[in-house]
Design a protein around this ligand. Structure first.
Ligand SMILES: C[S@@+](CC[C@H](N)C(=O)[O-])C[C@H]1O[C@@H](n2cnc3c(N)ncnc32)[C@H](O)[C@@H]1O
Length: 350
């Protein structure tokens, strides 16, 4: 899934800092987890991980890829559907999981909330999905809700299916990356047919923890490494990712305007997205954490100034930082090369 501020490109830099300066660390907390790019990476390397985020979309990714250590077997559901474990699964995805995903993928379209509000089949005219894909997303979402209501899947199995559906929907969304706007005409990926793929899961043989709470709560835990990747501008993720939130919550919240953001707010604006509150929010988080090693990723022109971050970390221990040039988010598909200046800070706590 494309996500603003996803750290896929900076994983090698983060890993190198942690391996060099916190060698022997066995646990990591990522309280601004997003789609869990960083937490998944360190889980794959064997660390125990704890994650959090405010968004429901993030929470299903956390449950699917961090809480679970293997794809769910869907025993009750498979028995009810009469699906046999066959050889159709690949090495990493058991046939039982693959069978359920294929079942969802093969459902005939059933026009509903997504079709009415986020395709141009209906007067809303919001071209986020083709009417065919929107109706298949509707069918899959209704089916997941029915399985849950009928007690055929548990909360983790539901989260895994929702994460796979979010990922599938994102791959055919007619957007340049976020859900604040759709493209005017159909882009190439939007014209592809919805494919529901298994999300890979790494097994670190540990009890990992996930939450949908404010980062200041999640960070109050005993871990070796605290990795902080807060938003650095006033773009609140709950606006930019309102559609995945609607797909997970499935609350029928009435969309408004061109982008379809629901009229009623689901989340308070994060303090980290408000200029006059961001620095004190970070300071409070750092004060309450007793992690042994802190890593902060932040934009050079972000709401919290470089000097303020250095001052906050000074209270913890000797701080170092590195400058990075990264590809930045742009709302235009043409602007692939917009660059931004970021820094990664790190320090050991006394
Ligand atoms: C820069 S993104 C993190 C991206 C993530 N590192 C990745 O690679 O996928 C920032 C995340 O912080 C979350 N967020 C914003 N304010 C928050 C808060 N007060 N507590 C927890 N999460 C918050 C946003 O929802 C968003 O997912």
């Amino acid at each position: 899934m494309r996500y603003i501020g996803s750290k896929a490109a900076t994983l090698p830099a983060i890993q190198s800092i942690i391996e060099t300066h916190a060698s022997g660390a066995t646990s990591l907390c990522d309280p601004f987890a997003g789609i869990c790019t960083v937490a998944r990476h360190f889980k794959r390397l064997g660390m125990r991980v704890e994650t959090g985020d405010l968004l429901w979309g993030s929470y299903v990714f956390q449950l699917a890829t961090i809480a679970l250590n293997e794809p769910p077997a869907f025993d009750r559901l498979n028995a009810a559907l009469g699906l046999q474990a066959s050889n159709s699964g690949c090495a990493l995805t058991p046939a039982a999981t693959q069978g359920v995903l294929s079942w969802l993928e093969r459902l005939p379209g059933r026009p509903g909330f997504m079709t009415a509000n986020f395709s141009d089949a209906e007067p809303s005219g919001r071209r986020f999905f083709t009417p065919e894909n929107a109706a298949r997303i509707d069918a899959a979402r209704v089916q997941i809700a029915e399985w849950r209501d009928d007690g055929l899947i548990d909360a983790l199995e539901e989260a895994y299916l929702l994460a796979c559906l979010l990922d599938a929907a994102d791959r055919v969304a007619n957007t340049a990356g976020t859900y604040m706007a759709h493209l005017k005409s159909w882009g190439r990926k939007a014209l592809k047919s919805l494919e529901i793929r298994a999300i890979p899961i790494a097994d670190n043989h540990a009890q990992n923890r996930c939450s949908r709470t404010d980062a200041r709560e999640t960070a109050k835990t005993n871990v070796d490494v605290l990795y902080l990747d807060p938003p650095y501008n006033t773009r609140d993720y709950s606006f930019y990712y309102h559609l995945p939130e609607s797909l997970v919550l499935w609350d029928g919240a009435a969309p408004t305007g061109k982008s379809g953001v629901p009229a009623a707010r689901r989340h308070p604006i994060s303090d980290f997205c408000v200029r006059r509150r961001a620095a004190s929010a970070l300071e409070e988080l750092l004060r309450q954490s007793n992690a042994k090693f802190v890593v902060i990723h932040y934009a050079a022109d972000g709401l919290i100034r470089h000097g303020e971050i250095l001052d906050m970390l000074k209270g913890k221990g000797k701080t170092r930082f590195v400058n990075l040039t990264v590809r930045s988010y742009s709302s235009s598909v043409q602007d692939e090369d917009v660059k931004a200046h970021h820094r990664i800070y790190w320090c050991h706590s006394h």
